[in-house]
Design a protein around this ligand. Structure first.
Ligand code: DGJ
Length: 327
């Protein structure tokens, strides 16, 4: 009874509509509806957790969006299954005169407690993906309208796909793919408005970068460079973010190409009984991007091995941290 009251109060604080819609389970690959009954538009996304509330930001590829603009939507949830639409937080017109087909992908939002600013990073590019920069936008509230600040090449390197990682001690990192050199893990500046220092360069050509710290070991995950087509995503482990990193191993049987998906984030949910790490991936539909789907599954991790189980409907107990995959 008390739990129910607590979650109702939380829902009110997070601005949820009273009538929650959508299933309490997660169904990988299916159309995922928000509280309005509309397909969630948060592709190539990231998650920001504030207390008990998770905010999911991602590319909004709705077919009725204005052609010349790029959009990011934000959704909120306390159970990671039912999401309430909060706002189209970015409705950006070509900020650097990049021309038709300009690219704004994989938005990731960090909260800076010192400046009290929400800071969004995204991959900014021209239609041929030659600019290879990050864009930085900020906002005073989590789901307000984000304002474009600037763009740059982090540490003067090319940067295409980006990933976010916030370590258990709160330190914020950006992972970025640099075609000539590899996969960078870099620390953000104190105000998060710059990429300050390199922590590690992994000399592998991978994108869709994601990291998690789980039971004393760091896991880095990424995909091969095959455009919108799926490939076998791989992971490596290290005791420290600066490495040395192990060899990269397959996350799932390689012939299944990550079940048709591509990594975007590893999300750790810490519960009273166990911790669950969720693989968040995109099942891209390049000819109908708005209908791209999500593949979220709890990972099986033990003895430094990480495995993506066959996608099936599953539920997560947010209190205990236990995931239950349907048979
Ligand atoms: C793969 C990347 O992961 C996506 O974000 C997107 O940039 C496509 N390439 C474009 O081909």
């Amino acid at each position: 009874m008390h739990m129910k009251l607590a979650s109702l109060i939380l829902a009110a604080v997070a601005g949820f509509c009273p009538a929650m819609r959508g299933a309490e389970s997660i169904q990988p690959g299916e159309v995922w509806l928000d509280n309005r009954g509309q397909p969630i538009q948060a592709h190539g996304g990231g998650i920001l957790r504030l207390g008990e509330v998770y905010y999911w930001f991602g590319e909004d590829r709705s077919p009725n969006n204005e052609r010349g603009r790029r959009y990011v939507s934000c959704y909120a949830s306390t159970n990671l299954a039912q999401w309430t639409f909060r706002n189209q937080v970015v409705k950006l017109a070509d900020p650097e005169q990049l021309g038709p087909g300009w690219v704004f992908e994989r938005p990731k939002v960090f909260y800076n407690a010192a400046t009290k600013k929400f800071v969004m990073y995204a991959h900014l590019d021209d239609r041929r993906y030659k600019l290879a920069r990050v864009a930085v936008l900020t906002c005073d509230t989590v789901a307000g309208d984000y304002h474009y600040l600037k763009s740059f090449r982090p540490l003067d390197h090319e940067s295409r796909d980006i990933g976010q990682f916030v370590d258990d001690d709160g330190t914020a990192y950006l992972i970025f793919e640099d075609r000539p050199n590899g996969f960078h893990i870099a620390k953000l500046s104190a105000d998060y408005l710059n990429v300050e220092s390199e922590v590690c360069l992994i000399a592998e050509h991978m994108e869709g970068g994601a990291i998690v710290h789980y039971h004393g070991l760091y896991y880095v995950l990424g995909s091969a460079l095959t455009g919108w087509n799926p490939n076998p995503n791989k992971y490596a482990t290290a005791k420290s973010l600066s490495g040395p990193w192990s060899e990269f191993k397959d996350l799932a049987p390689p012939e299944l190409k990550t079940y048709g998906s591509q990594s975007t984030l590893l999300l750790k949910v810490v519960g009273s009984k166990t911790d669950t790490v969720i693989f968040m991936g995109d099942i891209w539909k390049p000819r109908a991007q708005w209908d791209s789907r999500y593949l979220w599954m709890p990972l099986a991790i033990s003895d430094g091995q990480m495995h993506l189980p066959k996608p099936r409907e599953w539920t997560l107990d947010m209190q205990t941290g236990e995931a239950k995959i349907q048979k």
